[in-house]
Design a protein around this ligand. Structure first.
Ligand code: ADP
Ligand code: MG
Length: 697
């Protein structure tokens, strides 16, 4: 039966060689199954007529009924177009044709009721529809018009006369034959419990819904199924990894106690303690740890990482810590070095700019086991870097690294896969974390160190510049330091630098007696470092920078973050930048400078920043604004290939699906029970297809 869906598309009625090859090339449709899964991206709702007086630019495709009052040709040359003034008694709307105007003009009739269908646009106070679909209005035929599917096509397909309407015909043909054969791929009790419709009804109604309610039911069913199988894949992977990989037992805590009693400069927050306990449980469990540590900027992840390192080192293992940039790696190195040396531990830094001679020493000390901690960039992944006994790998700011790189760190120990702790700087919405990191256990630091005052964030314009600078002066006089950040414009590094240089000049003029540092991406690492250090040591009071300072940089005395052209930054980036201040006990400020003219989305971003300091809340807004495609890390995860579900909107369904999958795997890890047969069958049919399920069963 499954073979039916593997039938080549050329065997469908109405599809010849020519159409088949177009479908393959343009839409990746090779089989009956592929075509059935080419769901419409929307439906035309022909069930109601709108009034022109109610039209607004946010409406999707709408249907109107009325008459044409007059027709004229306007514009010159390439701007030439035909405009028909269309009225339904409540108002007038312009119908516009840029192409085929002569033919249209000849055929349009006055004194005739037309049904017009299209997407309204707004120009000033006028509304128009470009290239509308039109037909003569015949009252008897208007009743009970179904929702018409609209399919994605391409220019090439349209030229080959395969437009959406042609696809509708093909789908109808296919569905007639396929319906009876569509197998159910969810267990019956799951279907009952979530009140899902059957798979075959879902397929039918996603294409040709009886009404909006059925369309909704079909969507829900298909979303649930899609997320169910994503979660099944992830959780299976996680379980098999847990079952397979033994881990080094790391449980000696004397070193931690020494550090705790003698050197720890503050009390840990309860959240930090809780997370350390969770990690400790993993390290001593005898199974390999794969854990994600999430915490908002400034929540104190570094010290948690260090304490975990001490458990590993105390138990005789080495540790590696990898950061995405040299600046960050160096900062981690410097931060950890003080502590490490007090405890008599050996620590080294390995980056792209480490000299060959030093590299050799490091390699040697690593192999002999003398070196306890190696901090670095992805230079750590190179093959000559070999440890004597790597016990714990910590990856900071994970979203900059791919899953493949994470896996490379596992291979650095021949006897046991090292334990892996991944730390993210940017909070990730729960739904996304469940998919991107679904194979990891998650710990969250949900509390900031005591005494932190929430950062005050304001939005200011160019006309406020004098008072902003006045405020900066006050802060510097009070002993604080200030960041001023300029956007990085990828298309033009020159322009980027120009912004920064102009900014620097105006700051020099406004603050002639104040020492200023500059850091940007085109400086040599050594120069960057020199400038950073001057700022860290408070020799300079103002740091003018591009976003190179975005992640991780830690100068607790800095209390003001000014972000120039803040409208050009994404939310996650704004939040990261703001996180550079508010790290000391002083009240800190973030000033978002923008132009007057702002897009709707920019306004939402700015007002979100002003409203909240909560990284998780910001991440949710970000996901809604941008969708998952632009969020780092999603590219490799497959969440972008979803057919119906949308990670940014369907978090609740994802959660439900996950709970259900967990329940099933607990009861029946190999899916052997008869009620789970539909799942097994579905997985094996997928196996024949493109998805690689090899790790599953
Ligand atoms: P992030 O989670 O953003 O990496 P860091 O680890 O850089 O945060 O910590 C931010 C700052 O907070 C550092 O200066 C660190 O020393 C300090 N810090 C961390 N934990 C505590 C704590 N429990 N009490 C007070 N300060 C802390
Ligand atoms: Mg950090």
């Amino acid at each position: 039966m499954a073979n039916f869906f593997e039938t080549k598309i050329e065997y469908l009625k109405g599809v010849g060689e020519r159409i088949a090859s177009l479908l393959k090339e343009e839409l990746n449709i090779f089989t009956f199954g592929d075509l059935l899964q080419h769901y419409p991206f929307r439906h035309e709702d022909r069930s109601q007529f709108h009034h022109i007086s109610d039209v607004n630019e946010n409406m999707p495709y709408i249907q109107l009924v009325g008459r044409i009052q007059r027709v004229e040709t306007v514009g010159e040359k390439s701007k030439k177009r035909l405009v028909a003034y269309f009225s339904d008694g409540t108002g007038v709307l312009e119908l516009v044709w840029f192409q085929g105007a002569r033919w249209v003009a000849k055929n349009l009739k006055m004194q005739t009721d037309y049904v017009v269908f299209g997407k309204p646009n707004r120009f000033g106070s006028k509304f128009s529809i470009a290239h509308p679909e039109m037909e003569v209005f015949i009252p008897q035929q208007q009743e009970a018009k179904p929702l018409l599917p609209v399919y994605a096509t391409t220019e090439k397909l349209k030229r080959g006369r395969i437009d959406s309407k042609a696809l509708v015909k093909l789908q109808k043909n296919l569905l007639q034959r396929a319906y009876e054969q569509i197998p159910e791929n969810l267990p019956e009790y799951v279907i009952k419990h979530y009140r899902l419709i059957s798979k075959r009804d879902a397929i039918r109604h996603i294409h040709f819904p009886e009404d909006l309610e059925w369309l909704e039911k079909a969507r829900f069913r298909l979303k649930f199924e899609e997320l169910f199988y994503i979660q099944l894949r992830i959780l299976k992977l996680k379980l098999s990894k847990m079952a397979k990989s033994p881990g080094q037992v790391l449980c000696e805590t004397q070193l931690v106690h020494d550090f705790y009693e003698k050197y720890l400069p503050f009390d840990l927050t309860n959240a930090q303690k809780k997370v350390i306990r969770e990690i400790f449980e993993d390290l001593r469990s005898g199974k390999q740890m794969n854990r994600l540590l999430q915490g908002d900027v400034g929540s104190g992840k570094t010290i948690v990482a260090f304490i975990c390192m001490l458990i590993a080192i105390g138990s005789g293992a080495q540790v590696a810590m990898m950061a995405p940039t040299e600046i960050l790696a160096e900062q981690h190195y410097r931060g950890l070095k003080d502590f490490a040396e007090k405890l008599g531990l050996h620590i080294a830094l390995l980056t792209g700019s480490t000299k060959t001679k030093e590299r050799r020493t490091i390699d040697q000390m690593l192999r002999s086991g003398e070196l306890n901690i190696l901090v670095g960039t992805h230079a750590l992944l190179e093959s000559h870097v070999q440890f004597s006994n790597l016990g714990l790998s910590i990856v900071d700011e994970q979203h900059r690294f791919g899953v493949a790189q994470r896996a490379k760190l596992w291979q650095k120990n021949e006897n046991f896969d090292p334990h892996v702790l991944v730390m993210t700087a940017t909070p990730i919405p729960r739904t996304l974390a469940m998919t991107l990191y679904g194979d990891l256990d998650v710990s969250v630091i949900d509390e900031l160190p005591a005494g932190r005052k929430p950062i005050r964030t304001v939005h200011r314009y160019e006309k406020n510049r004098l008072s902003v600078f006045g405020f900066v002066r006050e802060q510097i006089q009070a002993g604080r330091q200030v960041y001023i950040v300029y956007p990085l414009i990828e298309e033009s590094e020159k322009l980027d630098l120009k912004h920064l240089e102009d900014g620097y000049e105006s700051i020099r003029r406004a603050f002639p007696d104040t020492p200023v540092s500059v850091v940007h991406g085109r400086m040599k690492p050594a120069d960057k470092d020199f400038e950073m250090q001057r700022f860290v040591q408070a020799k300079t009071k103002i740091m003018v920078a591009t976003t190179v300072i975005e992640v991780g940089v830690n100068v607790p005395n800095a209390s003001v973050m000014i972000i120039e052209n803040a409208e050009r930054f994404g939310l996650a980036q704004l939040h990261q930048l703001r996180g550079r201040v508010g790290r000391g006990a002083e009240q800190s400020y973030c000033i978002l400078m923008t132009e007057y003219k702002l897009s709707k989305e920019s306004k939402t971003r700015l007002s979100t920043m002003v409203r909240t300091n909560d990284g998780f809340e910001i991440a949710e807004v970000d996901l809604k604004l941008r969708g998952p495609g632009d969020i780092e890390g999603t590219q490799q995860s497959g969440v972008l290939d979803l057919l119906v579900a949308d990670i940014s909107k369907d978090g609740k369904i994802m959660q439900e699906a996950r709970v259900q999958v967990l329940e099933i795997l607990e009861k029946d890890p190999d899916l052997c029970q008869p009620e789970h047969l539909p799942i097994k069958r579905h997985i094996s049919s997928l196996k024949q297809h493109t998805i690689n399920w090899s790790k599953i069963s």
